[in-house]
Structures are given as C-alpha cells and as structure tokens.
Design a protein around this ligand. Structure first.
Ligand SMILES: [Zn+2]
Ligand SMILES: [Zn+2]
Length: 194
C-alpha cells in the first residue's frame, strides 16, 4: 500500500509540520497523518465519515493521474458509471461492485497491475528521466527503479532512495510534479515553434 502522501492533515487540511512532528496512525490497514494530536482524536470520533471525507479528497487528487480507461480485471470499458474507491491511499476504478470486491480481495496483486499501467502511461512524459529526486543525477551504472505513489511515477537511482521517497512522499511528489509541468510546457513550445 501507499504511505500517506498528502502534505496536509487528514482531518483539518492544515499543513503538516506546523505544529511540530506530525502524528501518524494506521486505520484499517492504511497510514494517515495529522498536524497534531487533537486532529487525530477528532478524526477518530466518526471513522466511517472521516474516512469518506479523506477518500473523496484522494479520489479528486488522483483521478487526473489514473492511467487507464479500462477495467484492471477485464481490459474492457469501465462503462458510464465506474466506481472510484481508495485502498491503502490508492485510487482504484472498477466497472461494478463485483469487480470492486474482487480487487479488495487481493489488493496487493491489483496494486502491482496498476503500478505497471502508471509507469507505462507516464514514462513518455516523465519530467526528470535522468535525475533522482533524492540523490540528483542518475548515472549509467545506477539500477534505476520506477516506483508509484498515489498513481504518480517517481524514478529513483537505487533501493535506498525508494525508502527515502516512501518516508517523505509528499516532498518528492512535489519535485516530480514541478519537473513534469516544466517538461510539458517545453513540449508545448517545441510544437508551436519548430
Ligand atoms: Zn489537523
Ligand atoms: Zn539512490
């Protein structure tokens, strides 16, 4: 599953870190972080409703990055009313409640499938193909690893950097998104002025 990747509190939406070390918690197999103890306590007052709220935020955040328009199970169209749901801080789409149950019965398998789709879809436009967001330049001798957090690809130079990204995903996601935007703008201006 993905670590909690947002830079803001799962309860109040305030910046993490402004009140000191952000407390974290595992709820229903999923990691969450809060700006302070009070927010963790308030989140826990109605876990069903609190989870529904943070799920809606993650669905809206990850939807633009979702890599395929077809079912992960059948490869066929998701239909007009796909079901968006979050498992382990990751957005999934299913064509039906039956498909949703099937994904939830073996989420590790479907995360691997989703990861492969994300890397395939995002590699061509990835903004920092020769730079690791943790270490800097990627050397020809590095064993490059493409990992996925919140349906975004991040390329790192080694296993140690995988751990660094997983420990502070919000920091590295920000760097990659900036590079992706820059690369996108460059691509646009190349098209306009050949
Ligand atoms: Zn908070
Ligand atoms: Zn590295």
């Amino acid at each position: 599953m993905d670590r909690y990747y947002l830079g803001v509190c799962a309860w109040c939406g305030g910046r993490l870190g402004i009140w000191g070390e952000a407390p974290e918690q595992i709820i229903q197999g999923r990691q969450l972080r809060y700006c302070r103890e009070e927010c963790q306590r308030d989140f826990g007052r109605d876990i069903v409703e609190s989870t529904r709220r943070i799920d809606a935020i993650m669905i809206a955040d990850q939807a633009p990055y979702y890599p395929v328009e077809v079912s992960l199970l059948t490869g066929r169209s998701l239909g007009s009313q796909p079901i968006d749901f979050v498992w382990g801080n990751r957005l999934f789409r299913a064509a039906s409640t039956e498909e949703q149950s099937e994904i939830l019965a073996d989420p590790a398998r479907f995360i691997r499938i989703l990861d492969r789709h994300v890397v395939a879809a995002q590699t061509p436009t990835y903004g920092m193909p020769r730079k690791c967001p943790v270490q800097g330049d990627i050397l020809p001798s590095d064993a490059v690893i493409d990992i996925v957090v919140a349906n975004r690809m991040i390329r790192v130079c080694c296993g140690r950097c995988v751990l660094a990204v997983k420990a502070r995903p919000y920091q590295y996601l920000g760097m990659v998104e900036y590079a992706n935007r820059q690369a996108g703008q460059q691509h646009q201006s190349d098209i306009r002025s050949p």
